[in-house]
Design a protein around this ligand. Structure first.
Ligand code: PMT
Length: 402
């Protein structure tokens, strides 16, 4: 695979040399582009020695090679020749540039001209990583399809302890392999994914809901599509854009979600229920807005249909993966749900950990199978978690087929 590696100007720039090696070991051809700031940390010579190719260091021809193609069109040529753009370290400055579409050097110009898979391996000071501006820029880039490899935690060069270290180069290279669909292991499958919350109205203007953002389910839907599956995504109300090449059915309530799932059950071969479905609803919704009074208000709630349990009864030889969102007794509850809802696999997550689970870009899960296999994943970006869940799904599917 032709990979262009953009090296940003951070202390971790030296680790990009190890990343070049890790990519080459996996058979990728690497073209390195360095920002001006990156060249303050590492000399281009390091990368040209490793790759045997000229390192691109700017938009304009260098004095040393005035006849080179390094001109206003080289970024287009590199964009067209490469299948993947990895930026490591992706600094706060580069993330901001990409999010706003600024194109004032080779790497930011290349990013705009590039239509393949973009992976940003972030590395920066913890406060910069957590700054609302950086969070917002990352959200923007995720929405546009960029894949973010979250930084590791540990001691940073600035002397602080926290998130911000460039992830291990081998982990970045493995991540590339997992997302660039060397695996087409879901080809021919129809994967039905549920995602997001449901909203249960209590009057014409109010509803009961939960904090699900849809990120976990959407990441699974997108990853399954990349691995060759036809994907039907049944989504509650969320603020994120549906992934490309996925058929998305928007629903609001648990009853609507149930209807959509049952309508598509016959087509599905694998069902993954990541949605946070409300457990209760108001069956008699008043026609007018409830009036505020000085007295206590009681709502009468009825249980919603348990979609997972119903699919479990009707699944036949389909593979059924449920989620378990718990705040205590994680494994006990996950196993209980697996048995009572006839799941083949359960993805269990503790949802009372700061910065993980609901709303967050990260999660930490235990994947358990009916046969008793247990795999711990994370804390990691939900895109990574999604890939690991699908690895398990694909291998379980294969083992049940043979
Ligand atoms: O959306 P995000 O912000 O990315 O957050 C991800 C997540 C925390 C929502 C996700 O990882 C997760 O845990 N989803 C399941 C949430 C949930 O409702 O869990 P539960 O333990 O209450 O339900 C167990 C299973 O039954 C789930 O598969 C759920 O989809 C299903 N269910 C629940 C109730 C119901 N009436 N019908 C169902 O099918």
């Amino acid at each position: 695979m032709h990979v262009v590696l953009g090296v940003g100007g951070g202390i971790a720039a030296y680790k990009a040399a190890e990343l070049v090696r890790a990519l080459q070991t996996r058979g990728h051809q690497v073209q390195v582009v360095m920002t001006q700031a990156a060249q303050e940390f590492v000399r281009p010579l390091t990368f040209s020695a490793l790759t045997g190719q000229r390192v691109i260091t700017g938009l304009w021809p260098q004095d040393s090679d005035p006849g080179e193609l390094s001109s206003a069109v080289e970024h287009i040529a590199v964009a067209q020749q490469s299948e993947v753009l990895i930026v490591a370290p992706a600094t706060a400055d580069l993330v901001a540039k990409f999010a706003t579409g600024l194109a004032d050097d080779f790497l930011s110009t290349l990013y705009l001209a590039f239509t393949g898979t973009t992976i940003l391996a972030a590395a920066m000071n913890t406060a910069m990583w957590q700054h609302p501006a950086t969070r917002q820029n990352l959200d923007t880039l995720r929405t546009r399809g960029c894949l973010i490899v979250e930084p590791d935690e540990g001691w940073l060069a600035c002397g602080t302890l926290g998130a911000g270290r460039l992830p291990d180069p081998v982990r970045i290279a493995e991540y590339l392999d997992s997302v660039t669909h060397h695996k087409r292991d879901l080809e021919g499958e129809v994967v039905l994914v549920t995602a997001g919350p449901t909203q249960e109205p209590i009057d014409p203007v109010r509803y009961i809901s939960n904090r699900s953002s849809g990120k976990m389910g959407y990441a699974i839907a997108e990853a399954a599509a990349h691995r060759g599956a036809r994907v039907i995504l049944v989504s509650g109300p969320v603020k994120i854009a549906p992934p490309h090449s996925v058929e998305t059915i928007q629903v609001r309530t648990a009853h609507e979600m149930r209807t959509a799932v049952m309508e598509h059950l016959a087509e599905a071969t694998i069902i993954i229920k990541a949605a946070a479905v409300a457990d209760y609803f108001v069956s008699e919704i008043p026609k007018q807005k409830l009036k505020k009074t000085a007295t206590r208000l009681s709502l009468e709630l009825d249980p919603t249909p348990d979609i997972l349990a119903e699919v479990g009864q009707r699944k036949g030889d389909r593979l059924l993966i449920g989620f378990a969102a718990e705040t205590q007794n994680l494994m006990e509850e996950a196993r209980r749900k697996m048995a009572s809802k006839n799941c083949d696999m359960v993805v269990a997550n503790l949802v009372n950990q700061d910065g993980l689970g609901f709303e967050s870009d990260q999660n930490e899960v235990e994947i358990i199978t009916r046969a008793g296999q247990r795999t711990h994943v994370g804390p990691a970006d939900k895109t990574e978690i999604a890939e690991k869940i699908l690895d398990q799904v694909a291998s379980l599917h294969l083992s049940l087929r043979v």
